[in-house]
Design a protein around this ligand. Sequence first.
Ligand code: DON
Length: 563
Amino acid sequence: MSRSILILFIFFSIVGCSGGDIDEVGLVTENAMVVSAHPLASAVGADILKRGGNAVDAAIAVQFALAVVYPDAGNIGGGGFLVLRQQDGSIDALDYREKAPLAAHKDMYLNEAGEVIEGLSLKGHLAAGVPGTVDGMVRAHEKYGSMPWAELVQPAVELAARGFPLTEKEAVKLNEERNDFIRYNTFKPNFILKDHWSEGDTLRLQDLAYALRLIRDQGRAGFYEGPTANNIVAEMERGGGIISKEDLQQYKSVWRDPITANIGAYKVISMPPPSSGGIALVQLLTISSQFPLGEWGWNTAQTAHFMVEAERRVYADRAEHLGDPDFWEVPVEGLLDSAYIMQRMANIDLDWASDSDEVSAGEPVAYESPNTTHYSIVDPMGNAVSVTTTLNSSFGSKVFVAGSGFLLNNEMDDFSVKPGYPNSYRVIGGEANAIQPGKRMLSSMTPTILEKEGKLYMVVGSMGGSTIITTVYQIITNVIAHNLPMQGAVNAGRFHHQWQPDWVLSEWGALGPGTGAKLWFRGHKIAPKTGGGIGRAAGILVLPDGRLEGGADPRGDDASAGF
Ligand code: DON
């Protein structure tokens, strides 16, 4: 380690205290709770619940509200995953992830020499996958909704048409993105109508209000057909993108069986492939349940070392085995098998870091048959919904659909654009996650619900690309092993390892005084997270007396609302 890195590292570990107040208790309510990335969206969800709507109704209203007030990640031009547990214990998972357009192909981001063209899968029209959000919300409503569809979309229509005040963080972000909005658009979107946005400025989005009205009045056809579909295809033609009318007509979200696992007193219910989140989380929690993390203490060197070693192995499996199950045989049962997990983890040295170059994916037995945002909801009946939704990067591809006022995702970058070439979250992949027409790109989104002794216990998830899985893992561990309240568990500083690159990414101060130094002496390389924290989570904990505690992330404008 060079001298300057060592000095930075020592400074880093000395200044370290904890990330946020780990003893803070969040909003506690008697009946219902919504935690999301924006206070206006949480208020919309809580209002739907007050009017008698169920958790799915509220989730639909929050999804559309976030598309207006939190355009970094809230969306109608992206996709997401929804995990549901009804009050009677029945569970379900909805995959409304974007798909590769039919004209996509494996080498579409490579030049003639076979090298990756930097940025092509990240910004501009070619970065966008076929959006899944509107179809997803329509299907969720058909199966579980109880209120009229139009009433769930209406709050978003009103927010877009009347406008809403920008928070300080949002104003800063719009200013930062200004150049990209100019560069990647074929017209002048509303977001650049002002040179400089300030906190409290009103953002009115008339084109988006028009697109939302069409969705309100026509459901699926209001987006995948008619004026909005025409606008998307025209936008693609102007900007060199490839999403066609046929892509839009064919898009279908899918109900899938959630990943479940019983681990001690807990049952984990989470997202199956094309997310890697559920499988990776179960692997991490299974191995953690065999070690006395509580006794070792919260974020001590022993606990952090162990968690990092487990993460290193789990992400090696992710890179090799996970992809869209409709295109790739993911060995789900093999990866979840506790004997396999224990054998994979058997060579963890409890004192010394392994070298990622010497850790490779395991060989699970084959399966016989073949800027994101998270919100959590519990309704007064006890139904729970956990949703993570995204455009991928903050403001997605930066491309707005002219006339319809919404941003398109840049989810194509979540594919492995070339074997071994890292995506924007520096995760690598291979054949399992190669681009194919109509295929869904691998995700790390981990919307999760936990039961304890058969009863609803926690609803949790996060944004943060590849760090989502470890964020959810740490929050759950903070509560079940270290007894932190929900808010404290979300506040707590975070660290992350994903096998490659071989370093522990850590929020400033997350590892606590001395822990960073001890980890370094055990052979870990530590990289401070710059440019914001790791993840932004939203959790709800059911307290022993049945009340609900919200955990809204202080890293953003997140807010809990309920009654
Ligand atoms: O699906 C995924 O794993 C990513 N597209 C999530 C993106 C994300 O969390 C953005 N936030 N940093």
